[in-house]
Design a protein around this ligand. Structure first.
Ligand SMILES: CCSc1ccccc1
Ligand code: FES
Ligand SMILES: [Fe+3]
Length: 446
């Protein structure tokens, strides 16, 4: 059994390897993280009309996300209130009612219990209908079209929960003119703990040259000069950012198309050149530069994205050692259709189920997650000390900043909040104005 205080050492940027394997910790994570944090559901554009729905996952819970008649969105556990069978077996569609395939109970789009077969004859009218509607997810909210849900009615708002990271999300969710998720997500299983890939995307530019050496060599991408660790990005080529709620990212300046194959990268650069001037006028030079940069990021607990390599991922936990990966391609809404198709193909060829970048990563995710099965291996500490002691704050961009293209500032930020939320009695006990988290990260040192 893990000891909570031995799990995360924010002061020294260390984490216990047991966090990837401990089944008791996993249950605490499901309760205290997935039961209380804002979890990605879908994008508004996927359910535009009344009755449109998708099924999604919130931790290990399967939910039904439905557009309501009044234009709002509700989410429900996709679980029949009679004997618990799945109410909606399909991933997406349009329904005004959902009928359970087991005994035929039906529910309206607003989750209320609509019909019960032979209700009078078999129940004598004794069913409390109000108590048998689909269990509603306490809160659903949207940020720039990205819909999130929260099981905890006492949780802080989505806007507060995203906090400083909104400034960086707005680079591609707003300044770009807005984005869309293209098509249905590719789904695959990786034999790893859900945190391993999330931490990789939050801040691991360090692995790109080594893990992806062959992918970089064959793709002739903008990252290819890093192949095999031939060279580091030059000094001042990027930054690492940590924010209050564990959300973090890395930025590699001016190389937006990042891991896209060369021919797609050229088209993306030409397309972005037509927009950058207007973005600079409206949002300033810094955001315009970041629009043309490559961003790798994660939103706590399990959302990741690559702005530039156009990838959007959810790492759905399925036990401590298995993760179901949902991968979408993201593109700016106003991208020409032929380029959107190239981007889609590029994403699913790199980070999709059978993508060559994905295959590189999965080996690392699986070994890092499964080796702590060893009783001695799980006692090891994982090192996230790159750049420790050099983190700072800057006037021009929010969060705690590591001023290096490769560093582990956002790892330390991710696990700092992981530690805090696991120990938080309830959101009532949370002080949104406490800025101490910044000093915790700035004071960290080996
Ligand atoms: C094109 C992949 S670049 C990257 C950087 C950091 C984390 C994950 C991926
Ligand atoms: S489990 Fe759904 S109607 Fe019985
Ligand atoms: Fe990778």
């Amino acid at each position: 059994m893990y000891a909570m205080d031995d799990l995360i050492d924010t002061k020294r940027g260390l984490q216990s390897a047991s966090m990837f394997i401990d089944p008791h910790l996993y249950e605490v994570e499901m309760e205290k993280i997935f039961g209380r944090c804002w979890l990605f559901l879908t994008h508004e554009s996927a359910i535009p009309n009344y009755g449109d729905f998708v099924t999604a996952k919130m931790g290990e819970d399967e939910v039904l996300v439905v557009r309501q008649a009044d234009g709002t969105v509700k989410a429900f556990l996709n679980v029949c209130r009679h004997r618990g069978a799945r109410v909606c077996p399909v991933e997406a569609g349009n329904r005004r009612a959902f009928v359970c395939s087991y005994h035929g109970w039906s529910y309206a789009a607003d989750g209320s219990l609509a019909t019960v077969p032979f209700e009078k004859e078999l129940y004598g009218g004794k069913i409390d209908r109000c108590a048998h509607g689909l269990k509603e997810v306490a809160k659903v909210d949207s940020y720039r079209g990205f819909l999130f849900g929260n099981f905890d009615p006492g949780a802080i708002s989505l806007e507060d929960y995203l906090g400083d990271v909104r400034w960086y999300l707005d680079i591609w969710m707003e300044a770009s003119g807005g984005v869309e998720l293209i098509g249905a997500p590719a789904r695959s299983i990786v034999h790893c703990n859900w945190k391993a890939p999330t931490e990789n995307f939050v801040g691991d530019a360090y692995h790109v040259g080594w893990t992806h050496a062959s992918s970089l060599a064959v793709s002739r991408s903008m990252f290819s000069p890093m192949s095999g660790n031939q060279r580091l990005p030059p000094a001042g080529a990027g930054a690492q950012i940590a924010t209050r709620f564990g959300h973090g990212l890395g930025i590699l300046y001016d190389v937006n198309p990042g891991g896209q194959p060369a021919q797609t990268a050229e088209k993306i650069l030409a397309w972005q050149a037509t927009k950058k001037g207007k973005i600079a006028e409206k949002y300033g030079e810094l955001k315009a530069r970041f629009y043309g940069s490559h961003l790798n990021g994660s939103l706590f607990p399990n959302v990741s994205y690559l702005w530039g390599t156009n990838t959007f991922k959810i790492w759905q936990p399925r036990g401590p050692s298995e993760t179901e990966v949902w991968t979408w391609a993201i593109a700016e809404k106003d991208t020409p259709e032929d380029l959107k198709r190239d981007i889609y193909n590029g994403v699913h060829g790199t980070f999709g189920t059978a993508g060559y970048w994905e295959a590189d990563d999965n080996d690392n995710m699986e070994s890092a997650s499964l080796l702590p099965t060893g009783w001695q291996s799980r006692k090891l500490r994982l090192n996230a000390q790159m750049g420790i002691g050099n983190d700072t704050v800057m006037d021009e961009m929010p969060g705690v900043i590591g001023q290096a293209a490769i560093g582990e500032t956002s790892y330390r930020g991710y696990y700092r909040f992981y530690d805090e939320i696991l120990k938080l009695p309830s959101w009532d006990a949370f002080d949104l104005n406490d800025e101490g988290w910044k000093q915790q990260l700035i004071d960290a040192d080996c």
